[in-house]
Design a protein around this ligand. Structure first.
Ligand code: PGA
Length: 250
């Protein structure tokens, strides 16, 4: 899977143009073995879903949702609303949501539950800061991020879950984790999934790498046995780069 995370970029027309550019570049076999997801601002969800309709292995993701189905939560958007646009996915737990909007493990657990309850796919993000990595606590850190929220979900929910490992020090910094660092962490995450849910589920859950992933490093990252694709920020805003990354599986 290659999922784009547009973050807070692209007005309505710019978003439509970017999707059209991506569609124009895509060739028939690009999506035979790879799933493409576009994580857009809410305003694009409906149009983007329409534009991708009919393509196999392609979908649209929101970047956040509230945990309640409806109510007096001014400015918030609920999972059933996202579902009603035709979008099929929600990104939950991005480090920018955790850091700038104070999202807690408990809130993320409730958001993840709501996404699953509404039959949407969940892209659940985890990852450590530079300070945590430098103190050598990164394995414990991501383990806690999982046990306090995602691992509260029942096993049946995991069929609709994608995990995204995004070291915060690599996001938007141009500093990518080495392929070896990514593989080491992804193998650890796979073990945690296996301990919690058993080896079958652990083998099925895609684990994406995110953080300055680009055409020049995607091939090496995706060649790692436990790296199943990428969550792409900056490079997902450039159609050529995004499609090049999509073609980076050996
Ligand atoms: P980046 O962002 O590719 O621009 O580093 C990744 C992300 O935040 O999902």
């Amino acid at each position: 899977m290659v999922a784009g995370n547009w973050k807070m970029h692209k007005n309505f027309q710019e978003g439509t143009d970017l999707i059209q550019e991506i569609l124009d570049l895509l060739e028939k076999h690009d999506l035979d073995h790879t799933t493409l997801v576009l994580g857009t601002p809410f305003i694009h969800l409906k149009k983007a879903s329409r534009m991708l309709k009919g393509l196999k292995n392609a979908g649209v993701a929101a970047q956040n949702c509230h945990w309640e189905d409806q109510g007096a939560f001014t400015g918030e958007i609920a999972a059933p609303m996202i579902h009603s646009t035709g979008a099929g996915w929600v990104i939950i737990g991005h480090s920018e949501r955790r850091e700038y909007f104070g999202e807690t493990h408990e809130q993320l657990r409730k958001k993840a539950e709501s996404v699953i309850r509404h039959q949407l796919g969940l892209i659940f993000c985890i990852g450590e800061t530079l300070a945590v990595r430098e103190s050598g606590q990164h394995f414990e850190w991501v383990k806690r991020q999982l046990t306090e929220s995602l691992f509260q979900l029942p096993a049946a929910a995991l069929a609709n879950v994608v995990l995204a490992y995004e070291p915060v020090w690599a996001i938007g910094t141009g500093k990518t984790a080495t392929a070896a660092q990514a593989q080491e962490m992804h193998a650890f995450l796979r073990r945690l999934l296996s301990d919690q849910y058993g080896p079958d589920i652990a083998a099925q859950v895609p684990i994406l790498y995110g953080g300055s992933c680009k055409p020049s490093n995607a091939r090496e990252l995706f060649a790692q046995p436990d790296v199943d694709g990428g969550l792409i920020g900056g490079a997902s805003l450039v159609a050529h780069d995004f499609v090049a990354i999509l073609r980076s599986f050996a």
